[in-house]
Design a protein around this ligand. Structure first.
Ligand code: CS2
Length: 490
């Protein structure tokens, strides 16, 4: 029987597998991470593991899950250890990461989470809670004050459910105890992610107590960051392959690509790991990088996810192997790239070429259905902001509009073979009502979906230069199917 990966079995790993070289047992927790999923474990934790190996320091990470006990159940018995498998056509490399000092499940014991977040040794709270975890209105970026978790956390501040509620209560306790606030570092794919969580948290804190809201605004740092690494959901085949290579079972390894990028605004009043020595770009202003990544990488991803899955492709690399989709993505990146204002020296063409190569990585089975989730939370920053800028410049939006129409076709309930599409979206109930009433008709469905102001705002639904091309593309998708519509795109 294979042993389970654990602190005791580290020494018996194959020599080629890198492992923590620092003293894990003596590690102080300096970071609490909320949303300890595959992405953070393949990204921020790897940079932090590298920083610990080089410099040591009080930067162990306590990982918090806001909902499911899955990560804790998998990694708890492994003492927080797990493998990161980096894959491309050339093969697979493995390392074991050791910087997770403990794993907590918030609903089981919210007070334990708040206790960690209140410790003076904790200087940073990082977040990967996905777009919907911000409990905000995606079109405006403001706190959604009717969100059930927000209503709950205002009524019961000592037993929060949302990331916002945990941040607020922990900061309130630090303030009361005279402990300096931690820095809040959002690592989600949101525009101005630091400014966004700052705005949301300040509003929430003000609803609790206006003086507390002012204190949050004055005392807490919220650096913006751009995060990038493609990390598909781990499969059982990944687990089996990794166990064979480690000679030990890992209940939840993460599988990723060689590429990794992290650009962070350097505003950490109470300190941070020396991430810059591990390749993190510490800058004064992240916005251009963040917009570039959302409008090129994530916009292409979502467009490939909707249209590719409709065309019957299971993964991004399968979709990219179709020359019509490759051409579409190139064209989409040109439409979006024209809206970017990059610092001198940025080579956008090279960035686009690299994205195409990353999307084609045949060793990553990144499912289109995974990326298709939560479209209402993703469209505004991935496609709609670009569309607004293109319209303001009087430029065409053909490919961007096709991406939006692909989402509409996706939420219409059934795929091109008439099979039901399993819709994952915080607005799924509302979407189901709309699509049931409209039926498979572009003329009814498109206007009904444009009515979602949390997604489209008030401006786009009134602009025929937007509604026209989207409705037209949706017509074609219903009539001809995604493969044919993409192939017909010049
Ligand atoms: C993807 C992202 O699932 C998605 O929506 O577009 O998770 C993407 O893989 C990452 O942002 C890459 O950095």
């Amino acid at each position: 029987m294979t042993h389970r990966l654990s602190p005791e079995t580290l020494a018996t790993l194959p020599a080629a597998v890198r492992r923590p070289s620092y003293d894990r047992a003596g590690l102080t927790t300096g970071i609490v991470h909320i949303g300890v999923g595959a992405f953070q474990r393949a990204h921020q934790a790897v940079y932090t593991d590298d920083a610990l190996a080089r410099d040591g320091g009080p930067w162990g990470i306590a990982g918090v899950s806001l909902r499911s006990p899955g990560t804790r159940d998998a990694l708890g018995p492994q003492g927080g250890l797990y493998a990161v498998a980096t894959r491309d056509a050339a093969g697979e490399r493995l390392r074991v990461v050791g910087c997770l000092t403990e794993l907590l499940v918030a609903p089981e014991d919210p007070d334990a989470v708040l206790e960690r977040m209140t410790r003076p040794s904790v200087r940073i709270v990082t977040l990967t809670v996905t777009e919907k975890g911000y409990c905000h209105d995606p079109a405006s970026g403001a706190l959604n004050e009717d969100h059930p978790d927000i209503l709950h956390d205002l009524a019961e501040p000592g037993r929060p459910r949302s990331a916002v509620g945990f941040l607020a209560e922990a900061l309130a306790r630090r303030r009361a105890a005279g402990i300096a606030p931690f820095t809040v570092l959002s690592c989600d794919n949101l525009p101005s992610n630091g400014d966004t969580i700052a705005r949301i948290l300040r509003r929430f804190a003000t609803l609790r107590d206006p003086a507390f809201g002012d204190w949050v605004a004055e005392r807490v740092a919220f650096p913006n960051s751009m995060v990038d690494r493609i990390v598909p959901a781990t499969t059982d085949a990944d687990r089996a392959r990794v166990a064979a290579a480690l000679g030990q079972a890992d209940a939840w390894p993460v599988v990723t690509e060689p590429f990794s990028q992290w650009v962070v605004e350097d505003r950490f009043p109470t300190g941070r790991p020396a991430w810059e020595r591990e390749g993190v770009e510490m800058v004064a202003d992240v916005h251009p990088y963040e917009t570039m990544k959302l409008r090129l990488l994530n916009a292409s991803h979502s467009t490939l996810a909707y249209l590719g899955s409709l065309a019957g492709y299971e993964t991004v690399s399968d979709t990219m192997a179709d020359p019509a989709f490759l051409r579409l993505v190139r064209g989409l990146m040109d439409e979006a790239g024209a809206t970017l204002r990059m610092p001198p020296g940025t080579d956008l063409e090279r960035y686009k070429d690299a994205l195409v190569e990353r999307f084609r990585n045949p060793a990553l089975r990144h499912r289109t259905a995974q990326i298709a989730m939560d479209g209402t939370q993703k469209l505004p920053q991935r496609l709609l902001g670009t569309i607004r800028d293109r319209l303001a410049a009087g430029a065409p939006i053909d490919r961007l509009a096709l991406g939006v129409a692909g989402w509409m076709r996706h939420v219409s309930g059934t795929d091109e073979q008439g099979r039901p599409i399993d819709l994952h979206d915080p607005l799924a109930g509302r979407l189901a009502e709309i699509t049931a009433t409209a039926g498979p008709s572009a003329d009814r469905l498109a206007p009904a979906l444009f009515g979602l102001t949390a997604v489209f705002g008030d401006d786009l639904p009134r602009d025929a230069r937007f509604t026209g091309p989207v409705t037209d593309a949706l017509h074609r998708l219903f009539a001809d199917g995604a493969r044919a519509v993409v192939a017909a795109m010049p």
